[in-house]
Design a protein around this ligand. Structure first.
Ligand code: ADP
Ligand code: ZN
Length: 726
């Protein structure tokens, strides 16, 4: 090295790309950066925002070293957040750059929010007083600054009146600090009087918050037992202690109702965070979380990557919900990562559910997690009476899907002017369309799935990739007209049947493909809650969380759906979904029923639901998992290999299998065609890596990938640690 030129200062910067390591950059003279600083750096021909990382900046030839272009005026990502990002990357086998990318999703937020132009009263009165001017003078007596439009609006005058007063020296220009997105929550604002069970649970949760330190508590209670009211008290304790709080919700459609309830308790809404937020709002929320103005966030799984600096509690509501799993780029389960975040930040985590996941149940049994239970529904609200309808004994009429006993129950519910919900977890009109002449089946050109008819839209749609085509009148295979037949039911078809039986009832279909998106859905849900529909036909969207006070009948059209797919988790999932949907009934004092149409009334899931004996269902499930060495008694990782051709995908997957290192506690299953063997034109094969509870699965998979064939051409390899289905 040339002794005359001093070694430049360097920093390691993690860029939001699939980068395995931070890159080294020069720090220009006079620029202040520290680990966590958000900076702009050149990357190839572009400039990107990255984070200064803790890693030792590797030595780079000083001639090739490029300088950091800019250090943003932004609070640095905390050490906890950096450790969390490293941890997520390591656990999920993702490049740290991609994990960091999730924390940098609001680029414009790295610059401070602009201050707002305002007018500060000088105390001077205008030369000539008018009524309008007097009204303005009354408002500004306290000397606080206003925006021009805000003042005009409040005083009920035109902007010109304000301009005139300004010209006469009544105001001077000023800048107002940016407005917070939400007002701070007030822990003492409101809240229900809790019953003794609820109070005891709330006290325990609040105590864990006050004690501080890492802990995980399962809050376990039937739907309607008041879990939300109870964990609100833990949130109140955290807010009082000056900590920030994150509530993770599985479904955007649930957020609105949650915000309202939160406001009743705390006098202000929490900030919301999800993919449906307007970009400008995202930027502001990100920034205000970083600056600590926002104390409570309610959001989707990605909210885990918001730049909290004072996080002191995470609540995961409906912790069992599969929606917490992200299966895109970085595959992670937000429920599990919330626990990790609590561990790193040394604060409590609350997992709430009426039907906890088997994993969480086991953790509570073995004492890794604490458990707080709410044994009964709140006040007079009784759980619905549940029964199954054996479809072998009560077959629906030809071409229909509703059995006589269910139709009869709906008729009686209508007579009492109460509401019914028919649940079918299938969007559209029919899951399969056939030609009656040649047997042609309509399949997606790019996926291994049938096209689902959506009759309201007149389309055939692929639920995997979104491919949509107009439904033809003639069969594309044999050309015969008018002989296409819909097979099986979707919610639209059930609606048709309902209307035929009850032409005067107000019937509504609620599913995620409702025209108008989340906003429309929210309005429809509110309308249903207000009683503006008699019969609701819905997919799993309506199964979750909503309170419909006048809903006294829930009919499950096909309780067996979901049990058939051979996945060991199918029973657990079906149990959770059916408990949740039948829990929509009887949320007030009225007598209510849940009816399950099934061909297998003796299936353990149906028995557990009907008898209300969740305990023995879980015991069985847990015993079965233990015997098979499945999670949480063993560990699993999926490796999905996809490629443009089937041969490429298969040969790469076989190559990987051959590259598996020797280990006596871990073995590899497959490759086999993935459950969805073709998606969006890509062929998929899957390897399953199964290990013991203490096995170092990640190390094994890492070795396998390193020793395996080079990823080339159209091949892509995606690792899924703790897969949802196995
Ligand atoms: P869960 O989350 O367990 O399903 P919720 O917290 O949604 O239960 O409570 C169910 C319903 O009962 C809600 O409408 C809630 O406002 C009401 N509720 C629960 N506890 C109380 C209480 N202590 N006082 C008044 N209403 C309550
Ligand atoms: Zn498709």
């Amino acid at each position: 090295m040339n002794r005359d030129s001093p070694r430049p200062r360097t920093a390691a910067v993690l860029v939001p790309m699939p980068a395995e390591r931070p890159y080294t950059y020069a720090v220009p003279d006079g620029m202040q950066v520290e680990p966590g600083s958000i900076v702009q750096v050149p990357l190839g021909p572009r400039e990107v925002a990255g984070v200064v990382w803790d890693a030792d900046a590797g030595a780079v030839d000083p001639k090739k070293l490029r300088p950091i272009t800019r250090a943003f005026d932004c609070p640095p990502l905390s050490k906890d957040m950096r450790r969390f990002i490293d941890w997520v990357a390591d656990y999920t086998l993702s490049p740290p750059g991609l994990a960091a990318r999730m924390a940098l999703r609001a680029p414009a937020a790295f610059d401070p929010e602009p201050w707002i132009e305002g007018l500060k009263p000088t105390g001077n009165a205008p030369d000539r007083m008018t009524d309008a001017r007097r009204r303005v003078m009354e408002l500004i007596g306290d000397g606080f600054a206003w925006t021009r439009s805000g003042l005009a609006h409040a005083a009920g005058v035109t902007g010109a009146v304000i301009d005139g007063m300004r010209a006469q020296g009544c105001f001077e220009d000023t800048l107002l600090p940016p407005r917070p997105v939400v007002a701070p929550p007030d822990p003492a604002y409101g809240g229900q009087d809790l019953n003794p069970d609820q109070q005891a649970a709330a006290d325990r949760l609040a105590a864990t918050v006050k004690a501080g330190g890492y802990s995980v508590t399962l809050l376990d209670g039937v739907t309607g037992s008041g879990k939300t009211e109870v964990y609100f008290e833990a949130i109140a304790a955290a807010v009082e202690a000056g900590r920030q709080v994150l509530v993770l919700l599985p479904e955007i459609a649930l957020t609105h109702a949650f915000l309202e309830r939160f406001q009743q308790r705390f006098g202000a809404k929490p900030a919301e965070w999800h993919s449906d937020l307007a970009p400008r709002m995202r930027e502001r929320v990100w920034r205000q979380v970083a600056e600590g103005q926002i104390r409570v966030v309610a959001g989707a799984r990605s909210a885990l990557f918001l730049p909290f600096n004072e996080l002191g509690l995470i609540v995961v509501d409906e912790e069992h919900d599969p929606a917490f799993k992200q299966e895109d780029r970085v595959f992670y389960n937000a429920r599990d990562m919330a626990v990790v975040r609590g561990h790193i930040g040394a604060f409590p985590v609350i997992l709430s559910s009426a039907t906890p996941s088997v994993e969480t149940r086991v953790n509570a049994q073995t004492g890794r997690y604490a458990r707080v239970a709410l044994p009964s529904r709140y006040a007079e609200a009784a759980l619905p009476t549940l029964a199954s309808i054996d479809l072998r004994r009560h077959p629906p009429a030809r071409g229909g899907f509703l059995s006589p006993p269910l139709i009869e129950a709906m008729r009686r519910t209508l007579e009492k002017e109460e509401q019914s919900l028919l649940f079918l977890n299938r969007r559209g009109y029919a899951p399969l369309t056939l030609c009656r002449v040649c047997g042609h089946r309509f399949q997606c050109p790019d996926c291994s799935s049938w096209l689902v008819e959506h009759r309201f839209r007149g389309q055939l749609v692929c639920h995997q990739c979104g491919h949509a085509e107009k439904k033809p009148e003639a069969c594309p295979e044999c050309g015969t007209l008018d002989h296409l037949v819909a097979c099986g039911p979707g919610v639209e078809r059930i609606a048709e049947e309902v209307v035929a039986h009850f032409p005067d009832a107000r019937t509504i279909v609620l599913s995620s493909d409702l025209v108008g998106g989340v906003r429309r859905l929210r309005l429809e849900l509110e309308a249903v809650a207000k009683g503006e529909a008699d019969i609701v036909i819905g997919t799993q969207l309506v199964a979750k969380g909503h309170n419909f006070p006048n809903m006294t009948l829930v009919g499950v059209v096909d309780a067996d759906l979901g049990l058939a797919n051979g996945d060991p988790r199918a029973a657990e999932r079906t149990f959770q979904l059916l408990s949740q949907v039948t829990g929509r009934a009887g949320r007030t004092g009225k007598k209510s029923r849940g009816l399950l149409q099934t061909y297998q009334p003796d299936h353990p899931v149906m028995r557990a639901i009907v008898s209300g004996d969740a305990e023995s269902f879980y015991e069985r499930e847990i015993a079965e998992r233990e015997r098979a060495g499945l999670p949480p008694f063993g560990r699993l990782a999926g490796i999905i290999v996809s490629a443009a051709t089937r041969a490429e995908a298969e040969s790469h997957a076989r190559g990987l299998r051959r590259a598996a290192p020797a280990a006596n506690d871990i073995h590899v299953l497959g490759p086999a065609e993935a459950p969805l063997s073709l998606v969006g034109g890509r062929h998929r094969f899957r390897l399953l890596v199964q290990g013991e509870r203490k096995s170092h699965l990640q190390g094994f998979v890492r070795e396998m990938l390193a020793a395996g064939p080079k990823v080339r051409g159209s091949v892509r390899v995606q690792v899924d640690i703790d897969p949802q289905s196995f």
